[in-house]
Design a protein around this ligand. Sequence first.
Ligand code: NFS
Length: 661
Amino acid sequence: MEKDKQKATVKPETKLLSPKDATSCEATARMLEKARRDGVEIAIDRAAAMKPCPIGAESACCKHCAMGPCRLNARDPYSKVGVCGATIDTIQARNFARMVAAGAAAHTDHGMAMLDLFREVVNGRIPDYTIKDPIKLREVAESIGIAVNDRSVEEIARDLYKELERTYTQVEGEIPFARRVPEKTLETWRRLGIVPRGAMREIMELMHRTHIGVDQHYENITKQSSRTALSDGWGGSMVSTEISDILYGTPSPVLAEVNMGVLKENQVNIIIHGHEPNLFESMLESVNAPTLIEAAKQAGAEGINLVGMCCSGSEMMSRHGIPHAGNFSSTEAVIVTGAVDAMGVDIQCIKQGLAKVAQCYGTHLFTTNPRCHIEGAQHIEFDEHHPKVCTDEIVIRAISRFKNRNLPVEIPRIVNPGVHGFSYEYINYMLGGTFRGSYTPLNDNIINGRIRGVAGVVGCTNPRVKQDWVHVELVKELIKNDVLVLQTGCSQIALAKAGLCTPEAACLAGPGLQEVCEAVGMPPVLGMGSCVDNSRILIAAAEMVRVGGLGDSIADLPAAGAAPEWMSEKAISIGHYFVASGIYTVFGVTFPVVEQTKFHKLLFGGLEAQGLGKWGYTPDPYKMAKMMIAHIDKKRKALGIDKARERILLDMADRREIAAL
Ligand code: NFS
C-alpha cells in the first residue's frame, strides 16, 4: 500500500486550493482534506497541478493529420492557417464536430445497449428482466405510429423493437422519434437538411467529413454536427430513456437521500457508478438476496447498503429512491471515507484515478462492461443473460472487504433529503390530474406570468470550478425570478445537496412560482433523472408547443438551457441538440472557440437566424441567469405575453384556480 500511496501522492510543488474554494460540497471538502492528510491525490488536486493548454482550450489547434499538429494564434486568428491551409473556422468547426460525434456516440451506444437488452427480453432470452411498464410501452409505440389496439404486449414490443432499431441503422429517411417533434421545428430541420437518418450514419459521416481534406466549410460541418446531435437527443438518448422506463418502470416522485452521509459505518457499503441501469437493477436484487444478507451478518455487518453515484445513481434514485452519494467531482472523495467496500462501474464519467484511490483505501473497484476496463481495477463482466454472476460476486467481495476493514472509517454525517423522479408523464399527471392529465396548466401559468419561463439546468461538475457552486447560484437566481427549473444528472445532485429539491424550497422562489409550487406541492426544481433523461425535457418542450399558446416551434418557447459546470464531450452533444432543437443554451467553465471568429458567430447567433437556437457562454452564474432570463423575456415579448407578467395580481378566483390544479 505504501508504494501505491506514493504513486497517488500530491506533488509538494502543487499550489493547492483551500477545500472551501475547491468545492461547496461540505462532505467533499472534508474528504479532500483527509485525502491530503493521507497523502492521496484526487482530481481536484490534479486539476490544480495541470494547467490547461491555452491553445487547446480555445480550439485553435488541429491534430487531425501528421503534417501538424498545427497551432494557430488565438489572439490574431486569421493571421495563420494550418499546413493544409485549414482556417481557424474549419479547425474549430472540425474540433467541435468531433466532440459532438464522440458525445453522440456515447449516448447512442448506451441507448443501443438498452435496445439490445429489450430485444433479448422480447424474444424471451433473458428471464431476469420483464416489461414492467406496459402502459409506457403502449404510449411510446403509439407516439411513433405503431398500432396498439387489441394487441398483446409481446406483439407491440416486437414492433417497437423493429421500429426503434431504425434510430441507429437507418440509411435514409427520418428517425422514428422525429414524429414527436413539433411540425414547425421539423419543417426548419427539413429546410436545413438536418433531420437525422440513423445515428450510425450521422456519426460516421461526421467523422468522415472532419478528416483532413474533406469538409472545409465551417457552416457545412456545423450542419452535420446539428444532424448528429439531433440523432442523440431525439434518437439514442430518447431510446435509452424510453426503454429504461418500459423495462424498469416510469419514475414518479419519490423521497430520496443524497450526500456522503448515506454511507453506513456498520453496513457493507456498495456503490454503483456509471450510466446504464442494467447493472444497478441487478445489484438491487443481489443486495436483497436473503443468503447474501445473511453472509453480511455473519461477517459482522448490520446489512448491505446499496448507494448510487453520477448518472445511473440519479436514474435509480428517480426510479426507486435509492440513496445517492454524490456527483462526478465526489467519486474519488467518497472512497477516501474508507467506508466503501466495493464500487462497481460500467461506462462513462468513470475517472481512471479511481483505481489508485481505491487501492489506497483497500476498496474493491470492479469494472463490469466490455467497453470499459481500467488498469488496476478488477474486471467481472456483466452479462444480462446471467446478471447475478457478476452482481453476486461483487457483493461477496464487498462482504469480505468489510470483514477485513483495517483502516479507520470517517463518513461525513451529511444527508440531504429531497423529492426526485419527475418524469414527463408525472408532470402531466401532477399538473392536470388523473383524468385530465395535461400540460395546459403549465402553459396557462406561463401565459399569465406566474411562471416566467422554464429552464433546463443540467450536466457535469468540473474540478476547474468550485464544485456545485455555479449550479446552485444559477438555479437560485432562476427560481427567484419565477423560472421553473428542470434538472438532470450531476446538476440535480448539486441542487439536492443544497436542499432545493424539496417542496419547502418553494420559499426561495419568486411569488408566482412559489404560488404554483405551493398549490401543487412540488419543489421549484424538478429532478428528472440522468443525462440521457434530458430527452424528457425535449418531450416536455414538444408537449408545451402542442398544447398551444406558446408559439408553433420549440424556438418560440420562453425557455433556456444551461450546463454551468460542464466537462464532457457528451455535454457538448447535449448542448448542441438543445440548440438545434431551438433552445438558447449557455455553458460555463470554458468554451472551445476563439471569440469573434466566423464559427463563433455562427454558434452564438447565426444558427438562431436560421430558425434554431443559439449558444451562450459565461462562467459567472449571475450573468448566466441574467442572459437566460433576458432570453425568456425576449420570447415572452415575441409571444405577446410580456404584459401579462407585468400585472400579475392574484385575486381569490386566481388562488382557487391554482389550488384546483
Ligand atoms: Ni452528464 Fe457529465 Fe457524467 Fe452524468 Fe455527471 S459528469 S455530461 S451528469 S455523470 S453524464
